[in-house]
Design a protein around this ligand. Structure first.
Ligand code: AMP
Length: 115
């Protein structure tokens, strides 16, 4: 599968403001933040999009991603007031980087519906 800039961040070949890391997950601040807190939470495995998340093959990874999300939200102080998790998928979903990632957004009241 094709690598993206996120593989370089995982390998620490380019800098990023990392807020969480374990064996399977990396999280770092988005370079163009859309809210006071905007973190990208990604699997270390190269998975292009949520379309490739298939059944039980990925159930542990999904748990790891959500465990990381809750820890980060607590650590960054946005858990109590709430936050939004976004996964863009494919062209219509507005996905730009084809390495699966969750946007964790918080620190202000977010609008709904999205554009
Ligand atoms: P998406 O449109 O869902 O694919 O989101 C890709 C996100 O990656 C955007 O919010 C970008 O601002 C962010 N991004 C791209 N390159 C970097 C980078 N080098 N470091 C941090 N965030 C990045």
């Amino acid at each position: 599968m094709a690598e993206t800039i996120f593989s370089k961040i995982i390998r620490k070949e380019i800098p990023a403001e990392i807020v969480f890391e374990n064996e399977t997950v990396l999280a770092f601040k988005d370079i163009k933040p859309q809210a006071p807190v905007h973190v990208l939470i990604i699997p270390k495995d190269v998975i292009p999009s949520t379309r490739e998340i298939i059944g039980s093959n990925h159930s542990k990874l999904l748990g790891d991603l959500f465990d990381a999300t809750n820890k980060i939200a607590n650590d960054l102080g946005i858990s109590k007031d709430g936050f939004r998790l976004v996964i863009n998928c494919g062209d219509n979903g507005g996905q730009e980087v084809y390495h699966l990632h969750m946007h964790l957004l918080g620190g202000r009241k977010l609008n709904w519906p999205p554009g």
